[in-house]
Design a protein. Structure first.
Length: 277
């Protein structure tokens, strides 16, 4: 039997970490517009003045957009909480077809300005969280028709210039990408697609307010990553794995050439994201 050229997400089950706001929320909403079942795993059970949105507001938006939602209060650093979130997702929706490793911690400072609590947070959320969520979902992905793991992390470009300004963050972010590289090969023969996605330009989210000096006019909206993720996750899982996709390249290949629609201020020069020339 020949695989279809693409898989609609209607009725499929996606677990998205860090989906109460920002990029994760947009990816979850894009799934919902296809009629997907979306589990939102995040710590934000109550409103945070610095980061608007909770798992409950995101769940309501997903239902309004046409999907089904499960709000899961989950700290992805904690094994028991991740296992409980995965079990709840499977119990509610019957399985897991897609995992999106979106949750991430950031601290863009040099070595002497990085407290160990920040170092530990980034490594626990970014590397441990990505590994743990992937590990917990893989037994269920093995049973899925078109299984995917998509991690929001950069290409592995091991130039010193990417490390020097913020060694701890780069190690933690590249650790997520190393999970992609290794797991893609480990599970290649099983047909589980394990890929990474990274934006060409800085993405305008509420988290940018924590990073001084960013001119949001040069940013793109998180919808560009949501549309790129959708394009990747609706392709047959055996078609590509171990890839490090860039959002605008994915969209152009999918036939979307009007990228101005994603700009915060169309015509303004874009601010290129970290780890890309």
């Amino acid at each position: 039997m020949t695989e279809p050229a693409s898989f609609d997400l209607a009725g499929r089950v996606g677990l998205v970490t860090g989906a109460s706001s920002g990029i994760g929320r947009e990816i979850a909403l894009r799934f919902a517009r296809d009629g997907a079942n979306v589990a939102i795993a995040a710590k934000s059970d109550v409103p945070n003045p610095k980061l608007p949105g909770t798992i409950h507001t995101a769940a309501a938006e997903i239902v309004a957009a046409g999907g089904q939602a499960l709000a899961l209060k989950c700290d992805i650093r904690e094994e028991s909480e991740v296992q409980a979130a995965v079990a709840a997702t499977v119990e509610r929706f019957g399985g897991i077809d897609i995992l999106v490793n979106n949750a991430s911690a950031i601290w863009l400072r040099g070595t002497l300005d990085t407290p160990m609590k920040r170092y530990d947070l980034m490594h626990q959320v970014n590397i441990r969280g990505t590994f743990l969520c992937s590990q917990a979902c893989l037994p269920h992905l093995r049973k899925a028709t078109n299984p995917h793991i998509l991690t929001l992390s950069p290409p592995l470009d091991m130039q010193a210039k990417w490390f020097a300004p913020h060694v701890a963050y780069t190690i933690a972010k590249f650790g997520m990408s190393q999970c992609v590289l290794g797991m893609a090969e480990e599970f290649r023969t099983e047909g589980i697609a394990i890929n990474a996605l990274w934006p060409r330009s800085v993405i305008n989210t509420a988290a940018l307010a924590m990073i001084p000096g960013i001119d949001t006019r040069g940013c793109r909206k998180p919808e560009i990553l949501a549309d790129a993720a959708h394009a990747i996750l609706t392709t047959p899982s055996r078609e590509h794995s171990g890839r490090f996709f860039i959002d605008e390249d994915v969209l152009r290949e999918a036939g979307i050439t009007d990228l101005a629609q994603y700009a915060v201020e169309p015509g303004h020069p874009l601010t290129i994201d970290l780890f890309l020339d």
